[in-house]
Write a protein that binds this ligand. Structure first.
Ligand code: ADP
Ligand code: MG
Length: 568
């Protein structure tokens, strides 16, 4: 007996839906892209229970006539492709004719649509892919309502996360579409609350500002790059504005948000030798190219792309960003050649030899001055006046206790602060005389607000100030000089990522905050500060490891040294 059967259409659609519609955010993305393709200038998205209850997208686009409205949720029904040739010359966001039938097969859907120029219109109710009701209904533009997503596929529904998490994914989808279509206004309503409201912007910079705030945009450098092939408008990290995670990295190809290894790799290649370890640049890349040179038909949700000439693109992106980064750095670095000779350079010096101390008249503060930056001293011979020696800008060699200790001062400080934050309030935490206003992206703002109690335990008191803005009323003293927005953004990223199995949320956050608060690599500690660091480190539960598991110190006993020199 034959084993093979052709699957019924309903089941085929559900299988297809599995690829295109992963979660409520995928519905939002597909509906918004349809509205964009329909030439809309205003798009409103309404969401209930993280999209599980309702996702409704309303636009002022072309709308559909009766015939199209009845066809649009049929499989492979599209107005955007006519021939195979069109597939390689795409100018629209959609083309597969898959989204509406997929969504319709796993939800209760209502489409209300009418042509712009006509007073009539149509309302259509579809349940699990079956038309339930058709009525005349005056409308201009289109609204698609999707209720009870996955009501008939409980196995898929089980994979959905909490309402809050699903809402974050929706905010992400809306943000990506809004970033690449700055000329369209977007409104996101959750329940009846206005979560995001972006009026039409006249430039990409203005749109990024609407989403992330002015401070954020001031930390970015804009690059305009032309070539006979691809063109790019990019906003990248300005100066040292790096982050500890890859949030705020966006790639758009022909205004389509994508994830692409080649382009991301090109950005990191541009920062080779510059990017501090464990840091990530911010980037928003808007790349345009001939549609014939890029294939979007790779992933059902069109998240990935294939390039006809990936080497050219890699070279273009890496080259233009590297050029901009170098130019900016050249402008900000003081040329060492102009530094006058260090007094007494070249003389043999002994530890603790006061004769070797820079004289008061010296143009340089003595070594060990707090806050002194290594770059100012680079290239100058070291004259130890203290019983410890800096090697490079992070390592410290200390003689004593019957051997030699090598210490990573950044890692050691991180361990000390980590345990302070973990134990409760930093004793030196204080209320700010003038609370700091910090504007974040919508998603960051919401997740921080949901976790203010936890932040409070760490000594960060944040109040809601509305419009994606928080009012920071108190901070641990160790964070006073840090950029609060960067820290909060980093904490938000950690909260959104969720906890690792071996760490609690509090531990994860304490590690993040400690990393920001700890002495930066290039600061040189004075004798007293150094002594305090050693004592504090000794008091911690795990003085040998930083919160990320890297060693804080290595000890070589005299015996070890003898063995190393083969004297034993
Ligand atoms: P695709 O976008 O790939 O063509 P969809 O299933 O998303 O496939 O949509 C099917 C068709 O329905 C579209 O090609 C378009 O003609 C029509 N359509 C969908 N949404 C809208 C909308 N908001 N306004 C006007 N037409 C729409
Ligand atoms: Mg579509």
């Amino acid at each position: 007996m034959a084993q093979i059967t052709i699957l019924p259409a309903g089941l085929r659609n559900k299988i297809a839906a599995g690829e295109v519609i992963e979660r409520p955010a995928s519905v939002a993305k597909e509906l918004i892209e349809n509205s964009i393709d329909a030439g809309s200038t205003d798009i409103t998205i309404e969401v209930v229970r993280g999209g599980k209850g309702l996702i409704k997208v309303t636009d002022n686009g072309t709308g559909m006539d009766r015939e199209d409205a009845l066809l649009c949720f049929q499989p492979h029904a599209t107005s955007k492709l006519r021939s195979e040739e069109d597939l390689f010359h795409l100018l629209t966001m959609g083309f597969r004719g898959e989204a509406l039938p997929s969504i319709a097969s796993v939800s209760r859907m209502k489409i209300v649509t009418g042509l712009k120029e006509s007073p009539s219109g149509l309302s259509l109710a579809v349940e699990g892919g079956e038309v339930k009701e058709i009525r005349d209904f005056p409308a201009r533009g289109t609204s698609v309502e999707v209720r009870d997503l996955f009501f008939n596929t409980p196995a898929r529904k089980k994979f959905l996360k909490s309402d809050g998490t699903e809402l974050f994914h929706i905010i992400d989808s809306v943000t990506r579409e809004a970033l690449s279509h700055e000329d369209i206004s977007f409104m996101l309503l959750t329940g009846n609350q206005e979560t995001m409201s972006l009026s039409r912007a006249s430039s990409l910079r203005e749109r990024i500002t609407q989403i992330h705030g002015l401070d954020f945009v001031e930390g970015l450098t804009e690059i305009l790059a032309e070539s006979p092939g691809p063109r790019m408008t990019a906003f990248i990290t300005k100066g040292e504005n790096y982050r500890n995670s890859k949030t705020h990295q966006y790639i758009f190809i022909n205004r389509r948000p994508v994830k692409d290894q080649i382009v991301s790799h090109a950005v990191y290649a541009a920062y080779e030798g510059i990017l501090p370890q464990g840091k990530h640049p911010l980037f928003f890349l808007f790349i345009d190219m001939d549609p014939r040179d890029v294939d979007f038909n790779v992933h059902p949700a069109k998240r990935e792309v294939r390039f006809a000439n990936r080497d050219v693109l890699h070279r273009f992106v890496a080259g233009r960003i590297r050029e901009a980064v170098r130019k900016e750095r050249a402008g900000s670095l003081a040329p060492f050649a102009e530094l006058p000779d260090y007094p007494g350079s070249g003389l043999p010096a002994g530890p603790g030899d006061p004769a070797m101390c820079p004289q008061p008249s010296s143009p340089y503060p003595p070594f060990g001055d707090p806050g002194r930056r290594m770059s100012e001293t680079a290239g100058l011979p070291y004259h130890p006046v203290l019983p410890f020696l800096y090697l490079g800008d992070t390592f410290i060699a200390v003689a004593g206790k019957g051997g030699l200790t090598l210490l990573d001062h950044h890692a050691a400080h991180e361990r000390v602060l980590y345990e302070t934050f973990l134990r409760g309030m930093d004793p030196s935490c204080h209320h700010l005389l003038f609370p700091k206003q910090v504007t974040l992206s919508h998603k960051e703002y919401r997740i921080i607000l949901e976790n203010t109690d936890l932040l409070d335990e760490m000594g960060i008191e944040a109040d809601d100030f509305g419009h994606n803005t928080l009012l920071i009323r108190s901070l641990p003293a160790a964070l006073e000089k840090s950029d609060v927005r960067v820290i909060l953004s980093d904490i938000a990223a950690a909260l959104l990522e969720g906890v690792k199995p071996d760490k609690s949320l509090k531990e994860t956050l304490a590690a993040k905050i400690a990393c920001h608060a700890s002495v930066r690599g290039e600061e040189i500690l004075g004798r007293e500060e150094f002594q305090k660091l050693l004592t504090d480190l000794e008091k911690t539960e795990n003085p040998d490891q930083c919160p990320h598991g890297r060693p804080t110190r290595l000890f070589f006993s005299m015996d070890d040294l003898k063995k190393m020199f083969k004297r034993k």
